[in-house]
Write a protein that binds this ligand. Structure first.
Ligand SMILES: *Cc1c(COP(=O)(O)O)cnc(C)c1O
Length: 456
């Protein structure tokens, strides 16, 4: 699947299709030179504007490149790229499931295809704008579930305080806590010595003191990529059942780890709700996340988000497939199409290959760093992220580390992002791009990492 030539072919094909579609449209009688004026009231004109936008290329990041290792960004597979252009061309609104468009059926199919590839049985899912939005859904479900246990209806009455227990939650959990009316201070840490790992003793005591809480497990921590142990998730599930708690798993990119380690799915299946990000490891364009909730618990999502208005002709609260009843948006993009296309094009085997190749790259790099005199690994590489820093004291300060990342990136051959891990300024290399491989990219990365120290 990592053949860059595919991209050109598919884009040429697509361009023809798009042009054809445009020729089918009624056109207005535009007078010559009508749009050459730079005055905004008339506009710059299409060609000038597009040329101008194309020139911006020098000033935008390049996540398309197989050696872009920043954040956890992911590239775009040719199939997803082509489909994304068609999303604009088709311009569907998935607010409602209507009989004049197959778009919501394709979305349902795409969710089911993704569930099948990941091995997620017993859940209903919906595409969202991203993991943050999915995390809002997760907390909304938890809030609704707990309110009903306590004899009120949070969606109707507003919420009473409740706690969120989590180890190293992603910053979006804080944002989600604020959005659903629980607030940042509702989040209690259950971290052990290593922030990304749950201290079970601490967890046991906090959950006993705070029954009817929401528990959030991070499945793939952003700095280290670490994944929770199955025994830990089993214990957390058992305690959630005992104390009437909702278990949400934030697996933005970690969700896809099941493709390289199928036994991990057992932990995921214990969650009441799950967050995933398709615009990360699935390599579809922004913005596309996914939210899963256990089929028998779907009612908590719909009670939280279901909408009615006479003109919308929806049936909120009933068994519905209307997009508006599953997400915080009403009108919504046909973001399912790139997911549908990429899964149909490459299948499970393609994604197992993507995951295997990128995780191998990360492990290869981590081993090289471990053996190097100038670099130091800060956490075992168990998935797709390499967390490291320079051994030189001048690079170990916040400013020194940031300057080092800048000079690595200035080579134009790699792109990393800085972070701080357990007080140590460090560098993250997230390998999540469909086109990356050891054969094609490692020598370049190695030479950049070697030469930066020699130059000084
Ligand atoms: C990236 C990420 C998020 C936020 O995702 P967005 O797509 O930016 O909203 C949430 N949780 C985890 C674990 C992440 O890695």
């Amino acid at each position: 699947m990592n053949n860059i030539a595919d991209l050109e072919n598919i884009l040429l094909k697509l361009a023809k299709k798009a042009v054809q579609q445009y020729h089918d449209l009624h056109s207005l009688d535009i007078k010559k030179n009508q749009f050459t004026d730079v005055d905004l009231s008339t506009g710059l004109g299409l060609n000038t504007t597009i040329d101008y936008i194309l020139e911006l290329d020098d000033y935008i990041s390049k996540p398309f490149s197989p050696r872009y290792f920043g954040l956890v960004t992911g590239g775009i597979t040719p199939a997803a790229f082509a489909a994304d252009w068609l999303v604009s061309l088709y311009d569907q609104n998935l607010i409602l499931s209507t009989s004049d468009s197959i778009s919501t059926k394709i979305e349902l199919a795409a969710v089911e295809m993704l569930s099948e590839v990941l091995g997620l049985k017993g859940y209903v899912g919906k595409f969202t704008t991203g993991a943050t939005s999915s995390n809002v859904n997760g907390l909304l479900c938890g809030r609704q579930y707990i309110s009903e246990l306590q004899g009120y209806n949070a969606a109707n009455d507003g919420t009473k305080p409740m706690k969120i227990l989590s180890a190293a939650p992603h910053s979006s959990i804080f944002k989600a806590a604020s959005i659903v009316g629980l607030g940042h201070s509702s989040i209690l840490s259950i971290s052990g010595e290593r922030p990304d790992q749950i201290d079970l003793e601490l967890f046991d005591s906090l959950i006993a003191k705070n029954p009817n809480s929401i528990v959030v497990i991070t499945f793939g921590e952003v700095n280290t990529g670490s994944l929770p142990k199955l025994e830990t998730v089993i214990h957390v599930r058992m305690m959630c059942d005992k104390y009437g708690c909702w278990l949400h798993i934030d697996g933005a990119f970690g969700l896809f780890s099941v493709l390289v380690n199928p036994t991990l799915v057992e932990g995921l299946l214990l969650a009441d709700s799950i967050t995933g990000d398709c615009h990360k490891y699935l390599n579809v364009p922004y913005d596309c996340g996914v939210f899963y909730v256990k089929s028998n618990l779907k009612k908590y999502l719909i009670r939280s988000l279901g909408t009615t208005a006479a003109y919308l002709d929806s049936n909120a609260g009933l068994d519905t497939t209307h997009g508006q009843d599953f997400t915080i948006e009403n009108s919504q993009r046909f973001r399912a199409l790139p997911v549908f296309a990429t899964l149909k094009a490459y299948g499970k085997i393609g994604y197992v290959d993507l995951l295997t190749r990128t995780c191998e790259f990360a492990k290869h790099m981590a081993l090289w760093i471990q053996a190097s005199a100038n670099w130091e690994i800060l956490a075992d590489c168990e998935f797709c992220i390499v967390l490291f820093r320079s051994r030189k004291p001048e690079h170990q300060t916040q400013a020194g580390n940031v300057a080092l990342v800048r000079s690595l990136n200035a080579t134009g051959k790699v792109y990393f992002t800085p972070t701080v891990w357990m007080g140590k300024p460090s560098i993250r290399c997230a390998v999540v791009n469909w086109a990356t491989s050891i054969e094609q990219d490692w020598e370049t990365v190695k030479s950049v990492l070697s030469e930066i120290h020699e130059e000084e």
